[in-house]
Design a protein around this ligand. Structure first.
Ligand code: B12
Ligand code: SF4
Length: 466
C-alpha cells in the first residue's frame, strides 16, 4: 500500500468557493483500496492561515523551498510516494475575461514547485483535465493523467507503478462505473471548515451522466450519455453524515442535471423526507417536466432554489443549441416556481448557433416573461472538444482542426456582431438588478454580498433584497 498526497489546485472563488469534491471522492476510493491518504487544498491553505511567503535565495534569485510553506511541509512530513493533482477548471468561461480568467498557468507553477520538492510520480485528473488530457498533460509537464472518473483507474495505475511496470501516460477506467460503485467522498474536516465558513454550503453528487445533447455541453462527454444513479440511500447517508459529523445543513447537488425522466431526483427527495432530515439544498435543473407536484415534493424535502439551464429564449436559438425544450416549457417551469415561491436563476447564452439580430431582439424582449428570477446572461460559448458546437465551428471555419483550445476560444454566431450584441444586452439589463451582465460585474456584486456576510448561493438573496 502507498502513501498518496492529493492536491486540489483550484483557486477560483467565483461565484463562490466550492469544496473540492472530486478530490474527496478519489480520496474515498483510495482509502477503501487500503492506501494512506493526505488531502491538501491550495485555496484553503493559501488563504488560511495567511500565506507564508517563500524566502528568496539571495544568490540565485530563485525561490528556495521554505520548510514553513504548507506545501513544502506536507511533502516533507508525509513523504508521499505518489502525488495526485485534481484540476477542476481550465478557465472561467467568460468571454470578457482575459488571462486572469485562465487557470492553467497557476497549475503549471504548482507542478514546478512540487518538482523542486520531490521526484515522485505526479498524476493529474479532474473534469478540466479530462476535457483536453493530452494537451494539458503536456502543458503541465506531469507524468500521468487519468481521463474521467478516478475511483477505479487511479488505484489500478498505482498498482502498476508499484509493480515496476511502465504504463502509458494516459489512463481511463475499464468501463463506466455503476452508480452503486461510486466512492463515497472522504471529506476533510479542516478543508470543509474553510469552505463552510465562506460559502456556507457543501456539495454532493447523486448521479453521473446526461442523456441530453445540448450543442455546446461537455457534461455528457465527461460523465457519459446515460444517467448512472447512486442509490438514494447511499446519497442520503452521506448527507446525514455531513449533518451529524460536521453540522452541515446546506448542500448543492453537483449533478449535470438534477431532474431526470427516470425520477431519481424524486427518489432522493423521498429518502430525505423518510428520514425527516432538516436540510436545504439546490441543484441545476432542466426547465421541463417540473410540475407543481414534483416541485412541492422537493420543496418539502428542502429544495431551496433552482438554477435553470434555460440557455435561450427563442425557438430558433433553442433549436440551435439542441436544447430539446421550448420557450413555453421555460415559462411553465418559471411560473410553477413562482407559485411555490421557489427562487430561480435562469442561465442564458446569447450569440450561440443561429443567433441573428432578429433572434437577439426577440430573446431580449422575452426577458420580461422571466420577471421574478435572477438572470445570468453570457455572451458567446467557450468552445471545447467533443461537442457538436466544436464540429459546427470547424465547418463554419471559426476554428481549424489545429486550433489549440487550451486557451479560451469563444464561438459567436457568424450572423451577429458580438460587440453590438453585447451593447444591446447591456441596454436590456440596465435598471434591472436581477439581470446580471456582463458576468464579471455580476460576480463583483455577489462578492460584495459575501463581504457583507451573505453566504450560500447568494443570487437567491439578491432576489429577496431587490
Ligand atoms: C456542479 C458544477 C458547478 C457548481 C458547483 C457547486 C458546488 N457547490 O460544488 C457551480 C455552478 C458553482 C460551478 C461553478 C463553476 N464552474 Co462548474 N461545474 C460543475 C459540474 C457540473 C460538476 C463538478 C463536480 O463537482 N463534479 C463531481 C465530482 C465528484 O466529479 P469530478 O470533480 O469530475 O471528479 C471525478 C473525476 O474528475 C476524477 N478526479 C477528480 N479529481 C481527481 C484527481 C486525480 C489525481 C485523479 C486521478 C482523478 C480525479 O475522479 C472523480 C471521481 O470520479 C462540472 C461539469 C461536470 N459534469 O463535471 C462543471 C465544471 C467543472 N465547471 C466549470 C466551470 C468553468 C466553472 C466556473 C469557472 C464557471 C463560472 N465562471 O462561474 C465556476 C468555478 C467555481 C469555482 N469556485 O471553482 C467547467 C470547468 C472546465 C473549464 N472550461 O474550465 C466544468 C467542467 C463545466 C464545463 N464548462 O465544461 N460549477
Ligand atoms: S446543458 Fe444540461 S441538459 Fe444539456 S447536455 Fe449539458 S448537462 Fe445535459
Amino acid at each position: 500500500m502507498s502513501r498518496i498526497l492529493l492536491i486540489a489546485t483550484n483557486r477560483a472563488t467565483s461565484p463562490y468557493v466550492v469544496y473540492p469534491l472530486g478530490m474527496a471522492v478519489v480520496a474515498g476510493a483510495l482509502t477503501a483500496a487500503g492506501h494512506e491518504i493526505e488531502q491538501f487544498d491550495l485555496l484553503a491553505t493559501e488563504t488560511e492561515p495567511p500565506k507564508i511567503k517563500q524566502a528568496k535565495n539571495e544568490q540565485t534569485g530563485t525561490k528556495a523551498p521554505n520548510p514553513h510553506n504548507p506545501l513544502t511541509a506536507i511533502i516533507k512530513n508525509f513523504a508521499p510516494e505518489f502525488i495526485g493533482l485534481s484540476l477542476r477548471n481550465i478557465d472561467n468561461t467568460d468571454s470578457f475575461s482575459g488571462v486572469a480568467g485562465w487557470y492553467l498557468e497557476a497549475a503549471r507553477q504548482t507542478v514546478k514547485e512540487i518538482r523542486t520538492l520531490t521526484a515522485v510520480p505526479l498524476i493529474v485528473g479532474g473534469p478540466a483535465f479530462s476535457l483536453m488530457p493530452e494537451a494539458i498533460l503536456d502543458y503541465l509537464q506531469a507524468d500521468y493523467g487519468i481521463i474521467g472518473e478516478g475511483e477505479e483507474a487511479l488505484p489500478r495505475l498505482i498498482k502498476q507503478l508499484n509493480a515496476g511496470k511502465t504504463p502509458p501516460a494516459l489512463h481511463k477506467g475499464i468501463r463506466p462505473l455503476n452508480g452503486d460503485e461510486f466512492a463515497s467522498p472522504r471529506f476533510h474536516a479542516e478543508i470543509l471548515d474553510f469552505y463552510q465558513s465562506r460559502s456556507g454550503m457543501a456539495n454532493l453528487q447523486s448521479k453521473r451522466g446526461c442523456p441530453h445533447r445540448c450543442a455546446y455541453c461537455t457534461y455528457p462527454e465527461l460523465e457519459g450519455r446515460r444517467f448512472r444513479h447512486r442509490p438514494p440511500a447511499a446519497v442520503v447517508d452521506d448527507l446525514e453524515r455531513l449533518k451529524k459529523d460536521h453540522k452541515i445543513e446546506k448542500f448543492f447537488f453537483v449533478d449535470s442535471v438534477f431532474n431526470d425522466d427516470e425520477g431519481h431526483h424524486l427518489a432522493i427527495a423521498e429518502e430525505i423526507l423518510k428520514r425527516a432530515l432538516k436540510l436545504q439544498w439546490s441543484a441545476f435543473f432542466r426547465p421541463r417536466s417540473l410540475g407543481l407536484k414534483e416541485l412541492k415534493l422537493m420543496q418539502q424535502a428542502g429544495l431551496l432554489a433552482l438554477e435553470l439551464g434555460s440557455d435561450a429564449l427563442t425557438a430558433k436559438t433553442l433549436a440551435g443549441l439542441s436544447k430539446g425544450f421550448t420557450f413555453d416549457d421555460i415559462c411553465t417551469t418559471h411560473e410553477n416556481c413562482l407559485k411555490l415561491k421557489l427562487p430561480t436563476a435562469h442561465y442564458l447564452i446569447f450569440g450561440g448557433p443561429d443567433e441573428t439580430p432578429a433572434t437577439l431582439a426577440e430573446g431580449l424582449s422575452h426577458l420580461d416573461r422571466l420577471a421574478g428570477s435572477v438572470l445570468f446572461l453570457f455572451s458567446g460559448l467557450r468552445l471545447l472538444p467533443g461537442t457538436r458546437l466544436y464540429q459546427r465551428a470547424l465547418q463554419e471555419k471559426v476554428i481549424t482542426a489545429t486550433t489549440s483550445l487550451l486557451r479560451p476560444t469563444y464561438y459567436f454566431s457568424p450572423e451577429i456582431d458580438p460587440e453590438s450584441m453585447n451593447r444591446e444586452i447591456a441596454q436590456a439589463c440596465r435598471g434591472h438588478r436581477e439581470r446580471l451582465f456582463p458576468p464579471a460585474e455580476a460576480l463583483e456584486r455577489l462578492k460584495i454580498m459575501q463581504r457583507f456576510g451573505f453566504k450560500g448561493l447568494l443570487w437567491d438573496q439578491l432576489l429577496k433584497h431587490s
